[in-house]
Design a protein around this ligand. Structure first.
Ligand code: KG4
Ligand code: ZN
Length: 346
């Protein structure tokens, strides 16, 4: 079973080919990605209309590249998977439109994948793949969720952010600090030169007793500190503030993830989504999890942020288990808030 996966939910066009044989973990044959980060940087964030137009330009050349690298022809594709949502409506429509058109032309099914399910299952593309059940910490630009995962399609939400996502906290704080887009990696780079203890920042909901998060107040706290420092703030306080912001976000994510392990009694944690690429988060989680005999699994570093491989993989894993049901019946319980309720499988 050869699955072509297309991701176009935000500012990355990703295409990949995954092959599933029997019940083994599906194998990634080839993948290609085009990031629009340079294009959006001038605007300080993603411009949805530009994103959609760029996806249109990139998606077919990337698909051709993937097929070439996999040594396959379009006729060998058995299933076309695409990101159905959540994401930017116009951007999603590009992937959905291309996938449905390819599927129709090839007389193969097109299957819409939940973007977060793609992230959640992406560690299965790592050499050190996890086993079910596990706790998943999903930390992307739009979502921060803790989930109990008992198998493919068997997800229970344990907690989530009540306002901003962790990635948003990175991005918005980075913007305040005058850093480029995307803010997470830029803030992490600046933080490397700073002292996290130089500023005291809040750890929202750290002791709330539940597994929910709140990051909106952190961005406000960063703004207040910056105002106090004045317009001519020099390099060191900026680096210190970046380090303190990163530390505050990481402290909350780590504490809640460990609490989720404690409450579920599970000893495996999967971290996925763009913020999962953060080095401080990884180091801290690895160290703290080891202390309680738990293991942390990550996707391969290149597959932390959005990509086509995770979309093809999620569809392949569902196919192996007979879970490729019509979307309207999809048993995906993460309270999806689809941007496109009406994109249906032909
Ligand atoms: O999963 P993703 O690529 O897209 C969404 O589905 O949202 O995540 C993007 C987010 C952005 O907020 C970006 O700033 C953040 O992941 N990010 C990072 C790092 N790399 C990406 N945040 C902190 N440290 C990083 N190294
Ligand atoms: Zn994502």
């Amino acid at each position: 079973m050869n699955v072509l996966g297309i991701e176009s939910s935000c500012d990355e066009t990703g295409v990949a080919l995954v092959t599933a044989l029997g019940t083994g973990v599906p194998q990634l044959r080839a993948q290609a990605l085009h990031s629009q980060a340079d294009m959006h940087e001038a605007y300080g964030g993603v411009v949805p209309e530009l994103a959609s137009r760029d996806h249109i330009r990139r998606v077919l050349p990337l698909a051709r590249q993937v097929l070439r690298e996999a040594g396959m022809t379009l006729g060998q594709v058995d299933l076309v998977a695409y990101t159905r949502g959540p994401g930017l409506a116009g951007a999603l429509l590009v992937g959905a439109g291309v996938a449905v058109a390819l599927g129709t032309a090839l007389q193969r099914p097109a299957y819409g994948v939940h973007h977060l399910e793609g992230h959640l299952l992406s560690p299965f593309l790592a050499e050190d793949a996890p086993e079910f059940p596990f706790v998943a910490l999903l930390v992307s630009g739009g979502h921060t969720q803790l989930m109990r995962v008992d198998g493919v399609g068997r997800y229970a939400l344990l907690g989530e952010t009540v306002d901003d996502a962790a990635g948003e906290a990175f991005d918005k704080s980075a913007k305040l600090l005058g850093l480029g887009y995307p803010g997470g990696p830029a803030l992490a780079r600046l933080a490397a030169f700073g002292n996290a203890e130089a500023f005291e920042l809040p750890r929202p909901l750290l002791h709330s007793g539940n597994l929910d998060f709140s990051f909106a107040g952190l961005k406000t706290a960063v703004m207040t500190r910056l105002r106090k420092l004045g317009p001519d703030v020099c390099e060191q306080p900026r680096a210190d503030l970046a380090a303190a912001t990163q530390q505050a976000i990481v402290d909350v994510l780590v504490a809640k993830a460990l609490k989720a392990l404690q409450l579920t009694g599970l000893r495996r944690l999967v971290v996925a989504g763009g913020v999962g690429a953060n080095a401080l988060l990884r180091e801290t989680l690895d160290r703290r999890a080891a202390r309680i005999g738990a293991r942390v699994h990550y996707p391969p570093p290149a597959l932390c942020t959005d990509n086509g491989a995770m979309i093809a993989l999620a569809a392949a894993l569902r196919w192996q288990r007979g879970l490729l049901v019509p979307e309207t019946d999809a048993a995906f319980d993460v309270r999806p808030r689809w941007a496109l309720e009406d994109v249906t499988v032909p």
